[in-house]
Design a protein around this ligand. Sequence first.
Ligand code: HEM
Length: 373
Amino acid sequence: MLLSTPSSFPAVDPIPLPAPIWLFKLLHIVTLSLHFVAVEMLLGGLLLAALFSLFRGPAHVVARALARRLPVVMTYVINLGVPPLLFAQVLYGRALYTSSILIGAWWISIIALLTLAYWLLYRFTARLDAGKPAWLTGLSAWIIAGFIARLLSTNMTLMLRPEAWRQMYSASGAGIYLPTADPTTTPRWLLMLAGGFLIAGLWMIYLAARSTFTAEEKRFLAGTGGKTALLGGIVYCLCGLWAYAVQPDAVKAGLASHPLYHWCGYAVYGWFLCLALALVLAAIAGFGKVTASWLSWAATLTAVLLEITFTVYRDTVRDLTLLSKGFDVWDRAVVTNWSVVGLFLVLFVASLGVIAWLISVVARAQKPMEGAA
Ligand code: HEM
């Protein structure tokens, strides 16, 4: 049974939405899934690169190869973070703006933290290229990125708890306190951190098929990447079960019986399927040291599908939590401006085409061997 309490949310904006809610949700889920792929590559790839930098031989070459790619990954983290932020504000503004203001000082600090992490990524690569010890720089960047992730998990869970808002605002209107009592925040955060090892392991399996690595480096990428993905995937699964277990009863009941959301909740089976597939691919690469290109593309596809199913399920949990507190995301006035929607979709598809073209140019370019000075 879903409980309905008097609404604690600010009044809804009287200006109607200019596009159907399902379209905002679709675009939100697509862009957020891609943001999560990039975030996991950053979180996992950075820590692995810092670790590998301590060794010589193929591990060191792989550390440099990952580190060189991380500033590019960071651009995707940021650019693929902006669209879902805008869509989330359109759909959940009354909740998200409130929670963002309540932790305002921390929330705004993300910009400074992000700049610092970005700078450290460049320092990390430069130190590796110069043959200097770099693990501390890499580790520092990872700690900052992990803290940004913590702040995001904090805000995305605080927006679901209107019952905590008044007391937080009474304690301080300056946004200097972080909420502490939510049992869902830590498992969600750890789920994202653990996912980093799974996705970064799959990323290494992808790299193992690239011709810019020697046979020995490829074997290292496949073997170590596969084992990392295997271990990371198991921890990821456990964190996922933990994150589910601490959800409120109203959410679990909604997942079982709500006319719409119990269908969306089936995304969890897709997530388990992708996870199982990822573990099989990881085992093949990890123990067989297989570097075939089919494995590389299978790992990439599985990583993307895993994040899509995860994002759909996560979105379902959010909607059910908000619904149990009187906030129905579908309950909005809509007056669709089809010419603007059409223009947006044309530009959206065109920009995807440009990105695909840019990637194909990079793929066709002649590249030096990764181990070259
Ligand atoms: C190092 C940089 C970043 C990291 C590590 C990171 C990590 C994360 C994590 C872990 C979450 C999920 C939180 C949860 O639900 O538990 C998340 C969600 C999100 N991130 Fe990022 N993020 C980064 C940068 C950004 C940037 C720069 C933006 C936007 C400009 C952004 C936009 C978002 C949005 C909008 C969501 C949630 C959207 C939703 O729930 O609807 N992120 N991010």
